[in-house]
Design a protein. Sequence first.
Length: 279
Amino acid sequence: MPFPGKPFQTFPELLQIECLPMTGDINIDSAFFLKYLFNPPAIVWRGLWLTIWISVVAQALGVAIGLLIALCMRSKHGWLRWFGRFYVWIWRGTPMLVQLVLIYTGVAAAGFYKYPDIEIGPFTFTGPLQAALIALSLNEAAYMAEIFRAALASIDKGQFDAVRALGMRPYTAMRWIILPQAARIVIPPLGNEFTLMIKGTSLLAVIGIRELFGTIQQLNAATFRTFELFVIAAIWYLVLTTIMGFVQKRLEAHYGRHDLPANAEIKPSGFRGLLSGQR
């Protein structure tokens, strides 16, 4: 016995403790793993689709709210600037899991809102789904507000002076002049934020949403194939984020090509550039 009745041992005694070898065979069912990876049941596809749907909707709401918060932080009115900074401070300074549980469980427990199911046409927004969209979008808005604020601050002040000199309305100027220029700066961090959003949906299992991670947990409770199922979950998340990475690169290439002069030579970058000696 490593600790024979004594609460503490000296360091030399600890060095004499023998490490017991692991007993038992490795318990991995390769047939189960391959089946659930390449031919998963319908419940996994539903969880995967719900993960994508929640990520897209929450990201879109976060972008819209974040733009409004960024405009508040650039407002001429002091109370709007204070509100924008306070919003970012609160939502960036607290953990996402705490926000999620507070918005769903805490708000309902305090009696503010019980999250009844809402039916819109053929769709039913359950209470947990409502709380998930609220928490994810409000949290994302804080980060997008900082991204938009930095993008708007990087635009030359002459652009703002020009639109004012032309007598354009603020909304028209922002829609057709300012935001298109800011989009080239926003796209790269926006792609990173959406990747984080996809991975962040795994927290929703805490409030009972059966997205991809919650579905895997449900299957694990029924099959007890923990290692195989969670490796499969990791692979699916990796597939989603990889696809998002390709989309992000295409968007960056699309918006970045306008920054090159007409006679510029596009050289290979990364590993290919190192091999060709053009970096």
